[in-house]
Design a protein around this ligand. Sequence first.
Ligand code: ZN
Ligand code: MN
Length: 136
Amino acid sequence: MSNAKLRRNTPQRKIILEELRAVTTHPTAAELYDLVRRRLPRVSLGTVYRNLEVLHQDGMIRKLEFAGAEARFDGTTTEHYHVRCRQCGRIEDIPELGPDSGPVQPAQLAGFRIEGHRLEYVGLCPACQTTEPALH
Ligand code: ZN
Ligand code: MN
């Protein structure tokens, strides 16, 4: 059974979600905290962190994790790809690639000079599937 159905969205969490969905910058928790504080002056960074984790667990947002970099958050949950600057960590969306589309064109890469790419599938291995119920 999904926890998302049982969990009430608090007014705070709703505002955090709204602020994340209002930007396309893939903010870190601290960056989102600065945005959220304009509407919730008394909110703490810890509260923003906790609510982002809950929203992520419930599938309401995406969490972008890269080795050696702070996690960033994305209010767009539909499947899409990103291009990331290895220097400043900035992340941009790559427009949707269909099964019939060829390689990504330079014009789709937000002006980045591309140095390489990685593709990572994440999921549960067969052994872990027997111990963890499906999330949704
Ligand atoms: Zn950069
Ligand atoms: Mn994105």
